[in-house]
Design a binder for this molecule. Structure first.
Ligand code: ADP
Ligand code: MG
Length: 343
């Protein structure tokens, strides 16, 4: 059962007489109960796409269905969706309980029911007992939970989340990631989540749609995106990638390019090496060393060596021999040939 369907959806803005195609012909079906993430760089059209699903922005072309109904021309309050914004957008003069119960008040639900439901929702987001406080008396992470409770109280079929964890520090962010995932599982609501953070997207999502300049480049489950990116853009945006066009790509018939993930590259003997070159740079990442090796033709390959297996890294300037298994090579059928060799 499809929860959200976009068919040929575009949004063109007029930026001082010059048209900007913020979203460009997007077709997408998000299943009911799915945790779906829109992932892409800044300016790629993620927010505009989410705003069109929420009804805050009308598409220039195409149609949007929610639960099988065409909502393309409906205002936000007539769509079975709710939105959590990055800046929380809580009402500062209201108590936390009033903030959470706001949607029920607007609907004319009686005070006793409102208070009961607000407390239930605060319990759900693990914030019991703060109902009488004001937003200013809570931490950023707590305000984020309140925003979530407020969006969930009206029992939306689809919850839209636009970089909701963007303002939190790393530790809190990771905590909220598993919390959000838990809530989504527990409630069974469809989540459409926007982020520019690939780690966040990979760890939370059932499926991910990769945005690039207003277009959807690929829609797939995290492991599929990482292991079998369709385009160079996806290969380089999701994780680090060695993308090669030269001899190594030509060895694979019909390939525009091939990709090898840096963790699949090993050091070894000269005999049987897939490539050899000079170590240009070493970076330490705690769990692994990242080696940049300059091979014939000036291409740079990166190899991530687990620190658990390599207590030290070789010095720059050394000649290294790189090995990888045949199944580490992924053929990229489509490549724009732009940009550098690695990312
Ligand atoms: P993202 O959320 O992926 O960062 P956005 O959807 O916010 O991207 O923006 C996509 C493109 O549309 C950008 O080039 C942005 O500058 C442009 N844009 C967004 N909103 C407007 C607007 N109201 N008027 C003009 N251009 C806009
Ligand atoms: Mg955005």
């Amino acid at each position: 059962m499809t929860a959200v369907r976009l068919a040929g959806v575009s949004c063109v803005f007029d930026a001082g007489g010059k048209p900007v195609r913020a979203v460009d012909g997007v077709d997408l079906a998000i299943e009911r109960g799915e945790f779906f993430t829109l992932l892409g760089p800044s300016g790629s059209g993620k927010t505009t796409c989410l705003r069109m699903i929420g009804g805050f922005q009308l598409p220039t072309a195409g149609s949007i269905e929610i639960d099988g109904e065409d909502v393309s021309r409906r205002p936000p309050f007539q769509r079975p969706v709710n939105t959590v914004f990055q800046d929380y957008a809580l009402f500062p003069h209201m108590t936390i309980a009033q903030n959470v119960a706001y949607a029920l008040m607007v609907r004319g639900v009686d005070a006793a029911t409102r208070i009961r439901r607000a407390n239930e929702l605060l319990e759900l987001v693990r914030l019991p007992g703060v109902g009488e406080r004001r937003p200013a008396q809570l931490s950023g992470g707590q305000r984020q939970r309140v925003a979530l409770a407020r969006a969930l109280i009206s029992e939306p079929k689809v919850l839209l989340l636009d970089e909701p964890l963007g303002a939190l520090d790393l530790k809190l962010r990771e905590q909220m990631q598993s919390e959000l995932k838990r809530l989504q599982r527990q409630l069974g609501i469809t989540f459409v989540f926007v982020t520019h953070d690939q780690h966040e997207a990979l760890s939370m999502s059932d499926r991910i749609g990769i945005f690039n300049q207003g277009k959807l480049e690929q829609v797939a489950a995290p492991a599929e995106l990482y292991g079998r990116p369709r385009t160079r853009f996806v290969a380089e945006f999701v994780g680090s990638a060695n993308v090669m066009h030269g001899e190594i790509a030509r060895a694979h018939a019909g390939a525009a390019a091939v990709m090898i993930r840096p963790e699949r590259v090993r050091l070894g003997e000269a005999a049987g090496a897939r490539a050899s070159g000079t170590l240009a740079e070493v970076q330490y990442f705690g769990a692994f060393w990242r080696l940049a090796v300059e091979v014939a033709g000036g291409e740079r390959l990166i190899a991530d060596l687990p620190v658990a297996l390599h207590h030290s890294a070789p010095e720059p300037g050394h000649r290294l021999h790189l090995h990888w298994d045949e199944d580490a090579v992924h053929v990229i059928a489509q490549s724009d040939e732009s940009g550098g060799g690695t990312a």
